[in-house]
Design a protein around this ligand. Structure first.
Ligand code: ADP
Length: 172
């Protein structure tokens, strides 16, 4: 296959995968690995959303993402608190990547993608279907299980499992 960087116009293809990643799961990681193969650079961008109350701080979330993607040289971790389209312009990114697990995800994502298109026609959203192995998996489910000290080793990388254990031990 021709590498993405071998485009005739020489333009580097930069994509952003935005999300809460509170915390990153094997479902996210599967999308990251697959998307990284399609672009020269994939920026995984943690949304610093002041209206949500996350379990992990933005620094903790970006730290975990860095740890679990350290074997992927074209993946960069960042955070933002702006409109996605404005952030993407600032990073010179043309494409936003989102994952779809269900019809419910699709409806929400369609609304988001249409809104972003309305704000900036130059930005494209592409969707990647979940790996069926992880179609039920969400950060919320992982937090719910970890809160009651259940096993999450099939759902998140070891570094995330350890961080969850520390977080909930500190809360008990
Ligand atoms: P957000 O708060 O933006 O939905 P999330 O961290 O929950 O942030 O999700 C980020 C993106 O990853 C979303 O597009 C979501 O649909 C996708 N995603 C989350 N879990 C999975 C999974 N198990 N398989 C595929 N995509 C997923």
């Amino acid at each position: 296959m021709t590498p993405p960087s071998a485009r005739a116009d020489g333009e580097r293809r930069i994509a952003v995968y935005p999300g809460s990643f509170d915390p990153v799961t094997f479902g996210h990681l599967d999308i990251i690995r697959r998307a990284a193969k399609q672009f020269d650079t994939l920026i995984v961008a943690v949304l610093n959303n002041l209206t949500k109350s996350p379990l992990f701080s933005v620094e903790e979330r970006t730290g975990l993402l860095r740890e679990v993607t350290k074997d992927l040289p074209n993946v960069e971790i960042d955070s933002f608190r702006d409109l996605l389209v404005r952030y993407m312009r600032s990073r010179n990114a043309q494409v936003s990547v989102r994952g779809i697990r269900s019809v419910t995800d699709f409806e929400y994502e369609l609304q988001m993608a249409s809104t972003n298109r309305q704000l900036d026609e130059g930005i494209e959203t592409i969707f990647m279907m979940t790996n069926p192995k992880y179609s039920y998996l969400s950060s919320s489910i992982v937090k719910e299980i970890a809160k009651f000290d259940g096993a999450v080793s099939d759902l998140v990388p070891p570094a995330v499992e350890a961080a969850l254990r520390r977080k909930f031990a500190a809360k008990r």
